[in-house]
Design a protein around this ligand. Structure first.
Ligand SMILES: [Ca+2]
Length: 139
């Protein structure tokens, strides 16, 4: 009932949360569980970075129709191995100018060739309205 006992209440009993799940996973017996990355999770992370005062984390919501209960350990659990863990993997932009690296991943490979081949023989001077011809923007 309360966001902070006993002065503030949720708008709905059980808590206020988005109806759209950021991620879903099945939970069985005792063990470790992983929620796979979703575009919505990335949006949540960016939103928390932009608005840290609104970072209340994620809610683990079970399907109450199954008359079962699950317990998850919190970040205060004495055994560090049982605490929840958020892993974020990212790559920094390539710090080098590499001729032929069209996607900026710091290597010239088949992905760059694919990008180049999609526009093979496009002539923007002759056909400037071609979808592939985007005006340069000032940096
Ligand atoms: Ca590349």
């Amino acid at each position: 009932m309360h966001t902070r006992f006993n002065t503030e209440r949720w708008a709905r009993a059980g808590g206020d949360f988005s109806a759209d799940a950021s991620a879903v996973t099945g939970v069985g017996g005792t063990g470790k569980y992983t929620w796979q990355t979703s575009p919505r999770m990335l949006e949540d992370l960016q939103d928390w970075l932009t608005n840290p005062d609104e970072n209340f984390g994620w809610l683990l919501l079970g399907n109450e129709a199954f008359t079962s209960a699950k317990r998850f350990d919190s970040r205060e659990h004495p055994n560090q191995n049982n605490r929840p863990l958020l892993e974020i993997a990212y790559e920094l932009p390539c710090p080098f100018n590499l001729l032929g690296d069209l996607n900026g991943d710091c290597k010239v490979d088949w992905q760059d060739f694919l990008l180049m081949s999609e526009n093979w023989l496009v002539d923007c001077r002759e056909f400037p309205l071609s979808e592939a011809c985007q005006p340069k923007t000032a940096e």
